[in-house]
Each structure stands twice: as structure tokens, then as C-alpha cells.
Ligand binder design. Structure first.
Ligand SMILES: [Zn+2]
Length: 144
């Protein structure tokens, strides 16, 4: 059996719309329809006003590297073959409180170990790209 990547459940009721957006090349974020607070990751209730009403807003896909790590073995088999690679945390331009975990890639369809981790800098601007991995389309990030 091929090594398996850990992939999200795209049918999760709270997050399905987010993953459907990724499949269309759109980075969607939940926005509270009552108080306007944006939230990530998706969840049913606004953490500020407790409203259950929300909408999905498309973000620009632009952000900044807030932090990153470089995983090394021992890792799960699918990831062990790719190490060392990077995992970055991006804060979105629309609201720095919106942070997403992903990988920095050098090209739209590039692998997650394509970038020399020594060249990654906190504060660098990035933009979202969308990569299909098995049956899921994941947001990943490229330097701008
Ligand atoms: Zn709210």
C-alpha cells in the first residue's frame, strides 16, 4: 500500500464549503452575519457574539509568513520521504488574526520539499495556490 498523507475530511459539515472553495481556487473564510467577525478554522458559532448565522467571504489569498518549522524524521511514512520540508503559518492580509497552516512551494504544482528551508523568512509576503493531493485540493503558498 502507498504511504498515506493525512488529508482533511472535505465532507465535514463545518468545513465542507471551505474545501469546495479550494476546489474552485477560492480561499473562503467564515464571517459572522451578526457582528462581522471573520473566523478560521470554520466552526458553527461566532466566538465573539455566539451567533450561528454566517456567510462565506472570499479572501484575496495574500498573506505573510507568521512562523514556520522544518519537520525532520521520524515522521509518518508519506512525509518521511519528503523531509526536510516546511510547514508555515500564514496570517492573511484581510485580518492578521486569521492564520492558516500550510506549506510553502516554489511553483503552483511543486512539492513541499522544493524550497530550501534556510531561505524562508518570517514576514515574507505569500499568496495562496491550490494543489490537488489525492481527492482533496489544498491551499498552499508561494512567495510573491
Ligand atoms: Zn459574531
Amino acid at each position: 500500500m502507498e504511504p498515506q498523507f493525512l488529508l482533511p475530511d472535505v465532507e465535514d459539515p463545518d468545513a465542507a464549503e471551505f474545501w469546495a472553495g479550494c476546489a474552485r481556487g477560492e480561499l473562503l473564510v467564515q464571517t459572522c452575519a451578526n457582528c462581522g467577525l471573520r473566523r478560521m478554522p470554520p466552526r458553527p458559532m461566532c466566538p465573539r457574539c455566539r451567533s450561528l448565522k454566517f456567510r462565506w467571504d472570499e479572501m484575496s489569498g495574500r498573506g505573510t509568513i507568521w512562523s514556520f518549522i522544518v519537520p525532520h524524521p521520524p515522521l509518518l511514512p508519506a512525509y518521511q520521504e519528503l523531509a526536510p520540508y516546511n510547514v508555515i503559518i500564514v496570517e492573511l492580509d484581510e485580518d492578521p488574526a486569521l492564520r492558516m497552516v500550510g506549506n510553502l512551494v516554489a511553483s503552483r504544482d511543486g512539492p513541499i520539499n522544493e524550497i530550501d528551508p534556510a531561505t524562508i523568512r518570517i514576514g515574507e509576503p505569500v499568496r495562496a495556490v491550490f494543489q490537488r493531493v489525492e481527492d482533496v485540493v489544498l491551499p498552499r503558498w508561494m512567495k510573491t
